[in-house]
Ligand binder design. Sequence first.
Ligand SMILES: [Ca+2]
Ligand SMILES: [Ca+2]
Length: 249
Amino acid sequence: MTRGPHLRSGLLVLLLGSALSLGSNFASITGNEDSYFYLVQSPDFGPVRLGAGTYERSLLSCVTMCVTKFHDCYSVMYNSVTHLCTPGGASDNTNAPPASWEGKLYKRITCDFGSGEFSVVAHGNEAVCIGVFLDWVNYTSADASCKEKDSHLMTVKSLDRLAIVQNISNTTGEFFWLGCNDIMEEGTFVWADNGQVVTDDEKLKYFGEGEPNDMGGNEDCCMFVWGMMMLNDGFCLDEMAYICEKRWT
Ligand SMILES: [Ca+2]
Ligand SMILES: [Ca+2]
C-alpha cells in the first residue's frame, strides 16, 4: 500500500482502527487496516491452501500467522473447536470449499488501497471503506470530490456507522458533511448512495433532537455535528471536512 501525499488521512484511520471494537465476524491485526478478515457464509469454493495447518489459539493469531508467513495470504480457514488454522491464498473455483474439519472461511477485505486515501474501518458488525478528508469545502464540492474518487459521501444507516463517525469526530474535533440532502424536494431527505428516502425512523435514530429542522428555511445538507455527535441538516454553503465512502463488498 502506498500512502504518498495522503499520509495524514491514512494515519488518522490507523489511529482510529486500534480504538474500535470489532464484532465476532471480523478479525484484525491491530494497527493495520489492510488485515481485516471477514467470515464468508457458505462459500461455494475455497482458497488455494498455502501450507499445512497449524494450531492457533484464536482466529486473530491464525490471521497473524498467515499474513506474517505468507505475502499472498488472502484468507484463512479456522476451526474454533480444534483450533486448526489453514493459511489460504485467493479464492478460486478450482479449489474446494472448507471441509468441516478445516472450519470456517475468513477472507481478507480489500478496499481501495491504491491511493492510500481509503481504509477499512469497522465497528460492531459493520465495516466500511472510507476516506476522511480534512480540507473544508461546501457540500457541493465535497459531493463532487467523493465522486471524483469513485465514491459518495458516507451514509449513516446503522448505529455502528454512526459510532464510526462519532469516533472520527471525537478524534479530530471536526464537523463532517455526510451523504444525504433534501435539495431536490424540501423535507424529503435522500441518501447519497442509492437515492432512497431517509425514513422517520432513521431521522429519530441518527439526527439530533428536533433535527432536521430546515432552520431559516435554508438547511438542505446532512452534516455530522461535533459536540452533539449526531446528524443535522445544515446550510449547504458552509465549509467543513467530509467523509467519502466506496462500495467494496
Ligand atoms: Ca431543507
Ligand atoms: Ca438543522
